[in-house]
Design a protein around this ligand. Sequence first.
Ligand SMILES: [Zn+2]
Length: 168
Amino acid sequence: MPRQITLADGRTVEVDCLSCALTSGLITPTGGVIYESNHFHIHQDVAYPIRGLVILASKRHFHCMDELSDEEQIEYISLIHKVRSEQRTRLGIDMVYYFYNEDTTHHFHLWMVPRYEWMGQFGKSVESLRPVLLHARNQLNDEENMKKVIEGINELREGLRDFVSRTE
Ligand SMILES: [Zn+2]
């Protein structure tokens, strides 16, 4: 189902799939692209302002894990591994939650959500994820936190700058 997206410059476009619009470059995510290869695109959704949160999306439009090509499978795990490593070394992130659902209205994308101490108030594991994201969206959307989030994006981009996955 097509949806209206308002671009940063104020224009409105209609897209069938938000992931396609992002990974093809039609929409530039706030904070910019963290990493891009032939098969994948990494960015942050700053609507959920959590420092170090990363979305790793395929460039191809598909939904299920068993649709990854051989090359995509290899690059996928090597990219997750690399991002995780940069989250730890550059941003001091000790724990990450990973979230991915095949019935998305977008296309194949993995959320990598850092686990911070303040999230403990919402419990642990999968049931805490939605309240954590909503809290970030509604309570942490201030200038000071957004600055830290953008810094985090820049750090990760720097960390991934020269990364070449094993398939390329
Ligand atoms: Zn798509």
